[in-house]
Design a protein around this ligand. Structure first.
Ligand code: SAM
Length: 245
């Protein structure tokens, strides 16, 4: 599909504007979103990146969705994005917030090679990448409790996700889980896991994403890291998933 840059940028500007995100866009950032879209659609078959291929849907469900959480991070924050897949939320966040330093991790080498190359082509110098399983990486002293924030979108249910993410967050930092309509139910079930892992004061921030006539609720679970995670966690993935805390 031939994507026209002017049409794409006009739709991007409209959707971001409608969602109160317009101030995040500059000419240069619009061009980066356009290049990213061209690249993602070109490489989709090779890397199996996204089921969403219509540019207006990519803008709404990937770019605006990820940009919604940009306001949660203070200037210069150090973030680990766990299970970044095709680079969400890493790449949109890095486009609209050049000050952030984001380590994008995923267990799939192909996707990480795509994210790394995309960040290089777009000149997103705040992004670094690593192929790893989160539960292995969190045992590495160079990464354990070294981040201000751990983010994750569409990776696992909250009990499992807390064990994958909270060990990376330093005391005083936060885990940010971008969730779907089951967020409240998942949070109620994850209270024990969150406490065991050193989390506290978990709450849901409900963002709204406006798309045409629809208003989509985008719940984001924000968990404070109040105490160090005990060394027994994270466990091996089979245990985490079979016997969530
Ligand atoms: N966050 C992206 C998004 O919102 O489009 C990708 C979501 S995709 C459904 C889930 C991703 O999490 C996959 O790319 C998968 O490889 C990765 N993943 C799942 N469990 C993981 C783990 N334990 N460690 C690292 N990556 C993991």
């Amino acid at each position: 599909m031939q994507l026209k840059e002017a049409d794409f940028i006009s739709e991007l500007t409209r959707v971001f504007g409608e969602n109160g995100l317009g101030a995040m866009l500059s000419k240069e950032r619009c061009e980066k979103f356009f290049s990213l879209t061209e690249r993602m659609l070109e490489e989709n078959e090779k890397y199996n990146l996204t089921a969403i291929t219509e540019p207006s849907k990519i803008i709404l469900n990937h770019y605006a969705d990820c940009a919604l959480i940009a306001s949660l991070f203070p200037k210069g924050a150090r973030i680990i994005d766990v299970g970044c897949g095709a680079g969400f939320p890493t790449l949109p966040l890095a486009i609209v917030r050049e000050d952030l330093s984001i380590l994008a991790v995923d267990s799939t080498a192909k996707r990480i090679s795509y994210v790394e190359e995309s960040a290089r082509i777009l000149g997103l110098s705040g992004v670094t990448t690593r192929v790893m399983r989160a539960e292995d990486g969190a045992k590495d002293e160079n990464m354990r409790e070294k981040f201000d924030f751990a983010t994750a979108r569409a990776v696992a249910e909250l009990r499992v996700l807390s064990e994958l993410c909270l060990p990376f967050v330093k005391v005083g930092g936060k885990m940010i889980a971008m969730k779907g309509k089951n967020a409240e139910f998942e949070l109620a079930g994850a209270k024990r896991a969150i406490t065991i892992l050193g989390g506290k004061d978990a709450k849901i921030e409900s963002f709204e994403l406006v798309g045409g006539d629809e208003v989509l609720t985008r719940p984001v679970v924000v968990i404070k890291k109040a105490a160090k995670t005990p060394h027994a966690y994270p466990r091996a993935y089979a245990q985490i998933s079979k016997k969530p805390l």
